[in-house]
Design a protein around this ligand. Structure first.
Ligand code: ZN
Ligand code: ZN
Length: 140
């Protein structure tokens, strides 16, 4: 395929703490989907780390992104497509939940999620981030 946005992609994927095979398999569709999104959007991620914690939820955030590396960390007990897009948008935009981030996050949701997943993601984005709510009100 290739194309003009061929620089995007996810280079390296790591599971922490001896994540069991079951968990790796559960995450496989999300990882493949995120790789596809990153390539299509021209967003480069050097490293995607997925935390595994046996037992109960920890105090980790659902996700984290480091724009300079650029790296993404996901720490969820379920494969959360919404959070993956949230972090991907951080990798590609300056600041923290900036206007640029809001713009891209909403665009990514609209392009890559469908049906109730998309509706739920938009609802949460507007509820949690003023910038996203502005984008949605202006754009739809
Ligand atoms: Zn964690
Ligand atoms: Zn964020």
């Amino acid at each position: 395929m290739g194309g003009s946005k061929s620089k995007g992609g996810v280079a390296r994927i790591t599971f922490t703490n001896n994540a069991p095979k079951e968990l790796r398999l559960q995450w496989k569709p999300l990882i493949e989907w995120l790789r596809k999104v990153a390539v299509a959007e021209g967003i480069y991620v050097s490293s995607l780390t997925i935390h595994y914690h046996a037992g109960n939820r920890t105090k980790c955030p659902l996700g984290e992104a480091d724009k300079d590396q650029p790296k993404i960390m996901l720490c969820t007990f379920y494969d959360d497509y919404d959070t993956a897009l949230h972090e991907l948008a951080h990798v590609a935009t300056p600041g923290f939940h900036s206007a640029e981030w809001s713009e891209l996050f909403v665009a990514l949701i609209n392009r890559w999620l469908k049906g109730t997943d998309r509706a739920r993601a938009i609802y949460h984005a507007c509820r949690d981030y003023r910038g996203c709510s502005k984008v949605v009100q202006r754009g739809l």
